[in-house]
Design a protein around this ligand. Structure first.
Ligand code: SF4
Length: 253
């Protein structure tokens, strides 16, 4: 084939792709590099090597909810989930709440009693403290961020989720992150952070430094429930949150 033919063919391909993307946009489908372009491993952060891969790699195409194009579709795919033993003690599946296009996402461990009863994450005393961090500390509304947990059903007596429960539920978290595509994730507490980072390091070592979750900036900090028991450490959380504010304001560029 001649160079001129090659150029014509490329131009035609580009036009076809452009029309396809425009159709998807008009249909309300969120256009993502994952869905519309050949996969390329990208390194989006200096810490990326600890996790590898891009956001596009987050979700295995064979898992329930993989085809969801919105949080509503993902919630529908989860249904009356019985995929792990936590289903037996729950009142509600606590899926997540907030802005589906949030720049900032908070990820905790799992629902507690209040959350289980109300079906919303972080609504008890610890939730009020998180709301204060968001509204009084960061200066934005709670509805402007997205909040969810690693597991969506309450573990009995608030114990840590077990490995098989995390394995069953984590794909839903990954898909939530993939759909929201936040710029920053704040990991709340040891369990959530260790799950996200696949690390056994203590939260006291992980907090206060930027990490990468598949190319998304991740700031670990203490869980609000821990702060209720250890109020002296609020100042450390404030240090972490100040870094988040700077990043949101583009002051770390
Ligand atoms: S914790 Fe997750 S995987 Fe387990 S039953 Fe609840 S929604 Fe399903």
């Amino acid at each position: 084939m001649s160079a001129a033919n090659d150029a014509d063919e490329l131009a035609a391909l580009a036009m076809t792709l452009k029309r396809h993307l425009e159709r998807r946009r008009r249909a309300g489908v969120r256009v993502s590099p994952k869905a519309d372009a050949p996969q390329a491993k990208t390194v989006n952060s200096k810490n990326d090597s600890s996790l590898g891969g891009a956001v596009a790699d987050l979700f295995a195409a064979t898992t329930a909810g993989a085809q969801a194009n919105s949080l509503e579709e993902l919630r529908a795919a989860i249904g009356d989930c019985q995929r792990c033993k936590l289903c037996s003690g729950r009142t509600h599946i606590v899926f997540g709440v907030g802005n589906p296009r949030a720049k900032l996402m908070f990820v905790g461990e799992g629902p507690g009693r209040d959350e289980d009863l109300q079906g919303e994450p972080f609504v008890g005393r610890a939730g009020q403290l998180l709301t204060d961090i968001i509204t009084k500390g960061i200066g934005i509304k709670r509805e402007d961020v997205y909040i969810c947990n690693v597991v969506k059903c309450r573990p009995p007596e608030n114990r840590n989720p077990e490995p098989d429960e995390v394995a069953a539920c984590e794909p839903f978290l990954k898909k939530q992150i993939d759909l929201v595509r936040p710029e920053i994730i704040v990991g709340l507490g040891k369990f959530a952070v260790q799950t996200l980072l696949k690390s056994n390091a203590p939260i006291s070592k992980l907090r206060g430094k930027w990490h990468s979750y598949h190319g998304i900036k991740l700031m670990p900090t203490f869980h609000p429930a821990y702060l209720l028991r250890n109020p002296a450490d609020k100042k450390l959380v404030w240090e972490d949150i100040k870094q988040v504010i700077k990043e949101l304001n583009g002051e770390n560029a």
